[in-house]
Design a protein around this ligand. Sequence first.
Ligand code: NAD
Length: 435
Amino acid sequence: MRIGVVGTGYVGLVTGTCFADSGNSVTCLDIDAEKIARLERGKVPIYEPGLEELVTRNAQAGRLRFTTDIATAIRDADVIFLAVGTPPASDGSADLSALWKVVDSIALHLRPDAIVVTKSTVPVGTCAGIEARLRERLGRDCRVASNPEFLKEGAAIEDFQKPDRVVVGVRTANVGETLRSLYAPFLRTENPFLVMSPESSEMTKYVANALLATKISFINEVANLCERMEADIDDVRRGIGHDSRIGFAFLFPGAGYGGSCFPKDVQALAAMARDKGVLPRVLTAVHETNLAQKQVLGEKISGWYGGDLAGKRISIWGLAFKPRTDDIRDAPAIDLIERLLDGGASVRVHDPEAMDNVRALYGDRLAYAATPLDALDGADCLVIVTEWGDYRRPDFDEMALRMRAKLIFDGRNLYAPQEMQSRGFSYHAIGKQPV
Ligand SMILES: NC(=O)c1ccc[n+]([C@@H]2O[C@H](COP(=O)([O-])OP(=O)(O)OC[C@H]3O[C@@H](n4cnc5c(N)ncnc54)[C@H](O)[C@@H]3O)[C@@H](O)[C@H]2O)c1
């Protein structure tokens, strides 16, 4: 099939590349000319394991092309995936301005039988809105479908090529069949291809993210309670996780969820509910709990120093909102950095992949360390915000030598408190008694 992908970010680039890898002819479009120029040189502008190799292989095979020219991407395409960003507007609802711009600009170039598919996460009713807008522009009906994306940054290729399920929202069976054949190479393990209405499909994506976010906020609230009740969240987690009705997934306490999806999708679903006169009590609590959780590390640190952070030398390990990505959108590390800088601390940071993105935001207001250990020279304390593998088994003796004080605030519970105590560290994790 000939495929056009509009928006070549985390989702668009992975989608285009994986469809090219299964033999389709794909053209990826973006308005960011620099991004496209880099991709044409074989350089992937984001960090996503395995992606660069796959892009290079498919570009060299002539199946994957990049362009800034809308006509080139659209005029021959059988299926056009829309994968532009849908960030939060000031009231929490999804800002669809980029999407509507794209719909207007592709309209002129669409083949009469082309299928337009929203892969961006869009509010319920957007597919219907696109159908109406294209009808208005073209004076004829266009085939529009919803196909939300469930990939996880850091494991995006694997998730795309071996999805738990594929969800499509369609008005007619033949659009569903075309999309089924496109996904067939990725569904050879009998994982389900679920066909529903565009409205249910759009809703499914928000509900999936909102439920995952709910689990995280729930366990974070319980973890904070454990700290005050002399209980240990890991014991409690094990105690509940073996119950098959509960399970272990997404029940790890931490420094709050971030990234470009959970925070905005929870808020957008709440905005949709309010719009329909439904009070989103759970969603509101999930969001507010998360905002508070992103402050927990800062509060612990500030509490330790009696509220005076001025002149403290604080090191941070982990800036990306999660491991194996360079994405810092809504990352808990950003909230922490703001608080530490506001308090007058000097902050030195390390992250295996996200340092350039943080440098672009903070420039020389932060110090940047080439290695985790280099981040610790003369530090008054270390704060762990992202659970990169690099930080799981560090050289604690070398850390102790480099740090001014053996003090760790761990937002990801990487170490055993007893071991840290025996090594002479003061160790403060989430949902555990400090040692
Ligand atoms: N990142 C994820 O893990 C993830 C997972 C599932 C779903 N989603 C959803 O997918 C969508 C895209 O997310 P993302 O993380 O890939 O965003 P992104 O910001 O990485 O990429 C969006 C791209 O669209 C481009 N763009 C904007 N306007 C354009 C236009 N008019 N024409 C062409 N290109 C244009 C931007 O330059 C950018 O490269 C969002 O709705 C998001 O909620 C994201």
